[in-house]
Structure formats: C-alpha cells, structure tokens
Write a protein that binds this ligand. Structure first.
Ligand code: ATP
Ligand SMILES: CCCCCCCCCCCCC/C=C/[C@@H](O)[C@H](CO)NC(C)=O
Ligand code: CA
Length: 586
C-alpha cells in the first residue's frame, strides 16, 4: 500500500523548481537551486492535508478557481504562534504547484487523494451542526458561515445545520432523531451548548445499548459519534482545555482532519436518578454562587462572570458539607505531580489500555469498574466534613482564558479520574490568594487551607437539617476563621495523605456561628445567605445538594488532539518566520 502511494517528480511553485515527494505519511517539497543543490524542505504530514484541488485555487470568502490544466493546489494545516494561549493556532496553508504536463498533474492529485483516504480514517464526511445564536457575544451564526463553512466545503464535508430556537433543542434532537448518516456532531456555542450535545449523545448511546443511566454502577457505553466544538460562548472551557486555544479556524481544522481525543465524563446522581453529566466543573460554594448570581445578569454577556465573581467574593460565604471520595490509584499519577496532559499524553494512553483491554469480556470489565461501588469496597472511601469556601470536581484541567492552567493544572483529559479540590473556610485574603493563583503559574494547591485528591467517585451531602434550614446571617469580608481556630496541620494538606476509611472534621465543623460583618460591606453582608449553596455543573445549576458522582473514563471523543506543546513541536523542526509547517533543512 505504502509503495503504491509513493510519487516523486519535479514541480514548480511560481518560478522556482522543487523536488516533490509523496511517501506514505508525508508530502514534502524541497527547493532545488540552479546548481541542483537541495535547499530547505517543507514536510506536511498527509494526515494534516486538508484538501487537493485542480487549478490555482484560493479560499477567501468564497472559492476562486483558475482552472489551468497543469496546476494543482494543496491545502494543509499550518501552525503559528497563539499569542499567549497554551496551545498552537492552526491556519490554512496553501501552495499552488505547476506540473510539466497534465498527465503528471492528474497523477499527483490522484495519489494525494488516495493518501488522504488511507491516512484519515476518522475524517468526517457528514456532520450535524447545531448553532446557538444567543451564546457568548451572539456571533455563532457569523462565525460558522464566514469561517467554518468554507473550510468544510473545501474538505468535502457536507453539513446539516440547525440554528437552535430554544434551549435543549440540540439535546432533544440527538435523543430522538435519526442520526444514521452522521459521522459527528458539531456545536457552535459555549460550554452550555457542548453540554447539551454531550447529554444528547450519551443518552442516545445508552438508550440504544439498553443501559440504565440512573444506575451509577453501570458501565456506560462510549459514544460512537465524535463531537466537534466551534467556540462561540462566554467561557469555552472545554474547547480551551482540549485544543489549547479559542479559535474557530483551529477547531474547524481539527474536525476536518478527524482528530480524536477521548474525554472523561462525570455522571451526577441524586436519590437513584441521574441528574446530569459534567466534564469541566462541578462546583459547590463559590463557583455555585457565582453561577447563580451570574444567571441574573445574562444581559451583561461574558462579563457577567467577572461581576458576579466579585460580588460573591465580597459576600465571603462558606458552607458546611460532608465530602466522601474514592481515591484513584496514587501510583498512576497525582494532581500535584506538576505534569501537564498534552497531546499524546502517556498517562491517558495507558488508561485507554486499562479501560478497554477487557472490552470483549464484559464480565471482567464489570468486575473491575463496578466493584468500587459495592458495599464491600465501602472501606476505601475517605470522608471529611467541615466548612468549605468551595468544593470542586473536574475531569480535566478546565483551563480557560481566565485561568490558562486551569482549576487543576495536572489533571488528565482521559485517565478515568477526576480531581477533587477542597478549599476549607479561610480568611477572605487567603481565599483571594487562592483565586488569584488561578490566573498565574503559582501553585493554587500550595496553601494550607487547600487540598486536592485524584478520585474515581465523590459523594457530597450537607449536614442533616442544612438543606432545609433556610438562611443564616453572613459576615462580609471580616468573617472567616483564623488558622489557629481551624487547627490546620500543613503536613496533611493536599493529595498525599490518602487514608483508609478516614474520617476528618475540619473548619468550623457543623456550627454556624455568625461572623462579624464588615462595616463597609453593609449592603452585602447584612443580607441573608442560604445555609446551602448550589452545584454549578458545567454552567448549569443543579436542583439538589446531595449528590453522588462517578467518573466514566473516555466516555466521549472530541475532534481534538489535546494541547500541542509549542516548544516540543518547534524543537523538532526548524522554522522560517512565515511557515510553521514542518520545515526541514537538508
Ligand atoms: N436558541 C436558544 N435560545 C435560548 N437558549 C439557548 C438556545 N440555544 C441554546 N441555548 C442554551 O443557551 C445556553 C448557553 O449557551 P452557550 O453555552 O452557547 O453560551 P454561553 O453560556 O455564553 O457560554 P459558556 O457556556 O461558554 O459560558 C446553553 O445552555 C443552551 O442550552
Ligand atoms: C482575583 C482574580 C480572581 C480570578 C478567578 C479566576 C478563577 C477562574 C476559574 C475558572 C474556571 C472555569 C471552569 C469552567 C467552568 C465552566 O463549566 C462554566 C460554564 O462555562 N463556567 C463558569 C464560569 O462557571
Ligand atoms: Ca480525567
């Protein structure tokens, strides 16, 4: 097969002569000077070729073709600096080649197209696209039609486009309508739109497999359709954490070349029913309150989160809670190991082997994953209780433009675990330090009132009576507990100290002593605050406080490849200033 695809000849780009070679995996061209010396080589992986067209073709707002019978144009992925984001921006590279004859031109286009078929088994041909016209800055429709649709057309992808008219339309469509013709589903919007597609696809897959989503012990079936995200929301956390940049062109190119990134998903249950799925943030306390507050100010657009964050911070709340968690195997990875989950991550690859090695033998899969929830493994759960500023669970780093390394910088996209972050009640300035560290490279877990655990499951409940208790006075910025009162033991903070059936009580425990209000915050602090917060589940408020969460390893796949390490990509190649496609000097 590989040898059949090989083709080599002289080609011209403008008035310069090149030696072009198509091997199985690469298409490369090397300039040949008048003395027949080779100069630099541009090498494009066949997997990153977007399309091949006869003639001299340009894609501006629409396709312009100058149909000359000795020319062909190759479009491919070209990397460039992302200007501060953690990943690399992808752009559409284009090179027009001239051949000495039409026969040779036809040979080149035929060979290149065959190579694309061979090296792009997951490239989509037909996509179902949902556009939320009201997400983010309300630019989703324009983004899709002006930026994404021309690229899909170039790549020969046909799209069935639905502009949503109501919330949950995309989810309902995926649950009920015929999806047989589609290779994948694309959402143009933010995390809320992604969440709709996630719920629709997971639900549909389990329906068809005859599995009950309500049962947390069931091993759910992975979704067969890939999900693509064209970012057009307010936070776009899932896109940022899986691609490294918020850029519609980059995301469209990942979809076109059929990249495939598995993703862990957390199922959230209450009283024997599924409540929701989450990938980015399941947050109680601060993040729940920020979401509840921000929903009142949707008209502000993306700025609503900054405004609400400030208001909630100033109100200085903390909440009583009992948190139980099932630790993941500490030998595999740790949330404090300072590594980052990047494209090709070895921790995630090893998890793929572990999660799916028994897939043909459903019995052993059942025993390895289900036993964690049976009563005889109850002893493995760790239990803590006290007052928390926030309790957060994330299946991935949850990096976003506000927090470029994310809620848990060393979390993995597809390792079958989540990171549980417990922030105990503390002085407001301490909590501000914790929040502020999310915006820098400083370690937000290196604080005595913060701990982080890598987990497979979590249970949360408010101490009895709290959910119904109603309201308590809150105390503005001067509230909080000093460290002596809380009795911190710095050596036990963070993930290292996993204990067998541990019960710990910290913070102000179950007492709800009123805090002293700050005089300059009277307007805020003298209002009543609920004894319980709400759960923020990927941007949606959950109607229950008491929940059980379980992480399902690699339940869905995105058209993405994880964050590309710019340094690694560029150290293995030499680049001139304009081209970031693989350039090799001979
Ligand atoms: N036509 C529509 N009218 C009203 N709401 C919609 C419509 N289509 C989708 N929605 C809902 O809008 C919510 C928010 O959308 P989306 O996630 O796209 O933007 P966002 O909230 O601005 O961004 P982010 O979630 O990244 O913060 C989603 O939860 C979705 O269910
Ligand atoms: C003093 C500076 C304070 C800065 C605080 C920065 C903290 C930022 C952490 C953001 C994490 C976002 C995780 C993603 C959550 C999404 O699921 C959700 C829906 O889009 N977004 C929000 C904001 O809830
Ligand atoms: Ca994970």
């Amino acid at each position: 097969m590989e040898t059949d695809l090989r083709l080599e000849s002289s080609l011209w780009i403008g008035n310069r002569r090149y030696r072009a070679v198509l091997t199985g995996w690469y298409f490369n061209w090397t300039e040949v000077d008048k003395k027949n010396r080779d100069k630099k080589t541009i090498a494009v992986p066949v997997a990153e070729v977007v399309g091949v067209e006869e003639g001299r073709v340009e894609i501006l707002l629409q396709k312009l073709v100058e149909d000359t019978d000795k020319d062909f144009t190759v479009f491919y992925v070209k990397r460039s600096n992302s200007g501060g984001s953690s990943g690399l921006l992808w752009r559409l590279g284009r090179t027009q080649f001239s051949c000495p004859s039409r026969v040779l031109r036809d040979q080149w286009t035929k060979h290149l197209r065959t190579a694309l078929k061979t090296h792009g088994p997951l490239r989509p041909h037909r996509l179902l696209v949902f556009i939320n016209p009201f997400g983010g800055k309300r630019k989703a429709r324009k983004i899709f039609h002006s930026v994404v649709a021309p690229l899909f057309e170039l790549a020969g992808i046909s799209s069935h486009v639905i502009v949503t008219e109501r919330a949950n339309q995309a989810r309902d469509h995926l649950l009920k309508k015929d999806l047989t013709d589609f290779d994948g589903v694309v959402c143009v919007g933010g995390d809320g739109m992604f969440s709709e597609v996630l719920h629709g696809l997971i639900g549909r897959t389990q329906q068809e497999a005859g599995l009950c989503e309500n049962d947390p012990t069931v091993t759910l079936h992975p979704c067969p359709l890939h999900i693509g995200i064209i970012p057009a929301g307010s936070t776009d956390c899932v896109c940022y954490a899986t691609v490294g940049v918020i850029d519609p062109v980059t995301s469209a190119l990942h979809i076109i070349i059929g990249d495939s990134q598995p993703l862990d998903v957390c199922s959230v249950h209450h009283a024997s029913s599924l409540v929701s799925y989450s990938v980015s943030l399941l947050g109680y306390g601060f993040y729940g309150d920020v979401l509840a507050e921000s929903e009142k100010h949707r008209w502000m657009g993306p700025l609503r989160y900054e405004y609400s964050g400030t208001m909630v911070y100033l109100s200085n709340r903390s909440y009583a809670g009992i948190v139980q968690y099932l630790p993941a195997d500490p030998l595999l990875s740790s949330p404090r190991d300072k590594t980052r989950c990047l494209s090709g991550c070895s921790v995630c690859s090893r998890s793929t082997d572990r999660l799916f090695s028994h897939s043909s033998d459903s019995g052993s899969l059942y025993s390895s994953q289900f036993s964690q929830f049976s009563s005889d493994s109850e002893g493995d759960w760790v239990s803590v209780e006290g007052r928390f500023k926030c309790v957060s669970l994330t299946c991935m780093s949850s990096s976003c433009p506000r927090s470029p390394l994310g809620l848990s910088p060393s979390a993995h996209l597809a390792d079958g675990t989540g990171d549980l972050i417990l922030v105990w009640d503390t002085h407001p300035l301490g909590f501000l330090k914790f929040l502020y560290r999310h915006t820098s490279t400083q370690d937000q877990f290196d604080l005595p009132f913060v701990e982080v655990h890598r987990v497979k499951a979590v249970r949360f409940s408010a101490p009895s009576g709290k959910e119904e208790e109603g309201y308590e006075e809150i105390g503005g910025l001067s509230g909080g507990i000093d460290e002596e009162e809380r009795g911190y033991d710095e050596t036990e903070s963070s993930s290292g100290s996993q204990q067998h059936l541990t019960e710990r009580v910290r913070g102000r425990e179950m007492t709800n002593e009123p805090k002293t209000p700050s005089p300059f915050l009277c307007g805020l602090c003298c209002s009543k605050t609920p004894a319980a917060s709400v759960w923020n589940c990927d941007g949606e408020i959950l109607p229950f406080t008491e929940i059980l969460c379980r992480i399902h390893g690699q339940l869905v796949r995105l058209y993405a490849r994880g964050i590309e390490d710019g340094a690694a990509v560029h150290s293995s190649e030499e680049s001139d200033k304009s081209e970031r496609t693989c350039i090799l000097h001979k």
